[in-house]
Design a protein around this ligand. Sequence first.
Ligand code: MF3
Ligand code: CO
Length: 248
Amino acid sequence: MIILKSPGEVENIRAACRIVAGALARLRETIKPGITTKSLDAAAEEYIIKHGGKPAFKGYLGYPNSLCASINEVVVHGIPSGRVVKEGEIIGLDLGAVVDGFYGDAAITVPVGDISPDLKKLLEVTEASLYRGIKKAVVGNRVSDISNAVQVFAESFGYSVVREFVGHGIGRSLHEEPQVPNFGPPGQGPRLKAGMTIAIEPMINMGKPGTVIMKDGWTAVTVDRMPSAHFEHTIAITENGPVILTAE
Ligand code: MF3
Ligand code: CO
């Protein structure tokens, strides 16, 4: 069942989303060679709590941290650790917060110092694919119109789309219906309605689409160990078009 939100409930979700966006903006500025992913997790958690929220991921299905920190070939769900980030790497930062029982969820992938032109392109295209998807999140379209727009755009650059993880409805739970895949033919799935709130989150690989989960049960890496990027926004579908809630 897809839960439609009242304008008031959308504002509740926006409050959580604002904290997530603010924290990610802070983390983006903090990233530099030599910093550990654990320190990024601590900074994210501190920011969320200071602004009146609670980390959404910590304890979710046993996930141990507030932040997912996914370096290079890690697609999603990298667990923060003593690992330092190095010049030339890319790091995905995925963060969720809860405020008054409502969730917000967003992700960015950022360069560490100077990165190669190939990686720069991967980041640009992945972020742009998210916006291609958001543009299709209009009343009357179907869920897979979003999916198809992401896929067609990303694949036109020779990249591949991860199949094993998808976007999702969001509200009083981190994950609600509908699932929002980043691939598939257009014109399928539930019709989009005003009051739907969804997280769109393309994960785009430079090489093959496949992923493998490491022994920790969380860290998802590309099967060919080529780099992967991830961007995510929580949005609301309104009669006036899509509204990005995870904006500062
Ligand atoms: N943005 C991811 C998602 O939508 C993050 C979940 S990580 C978890 O599922 F730890 F909470 F599972
Ligand atoms: Co998400």
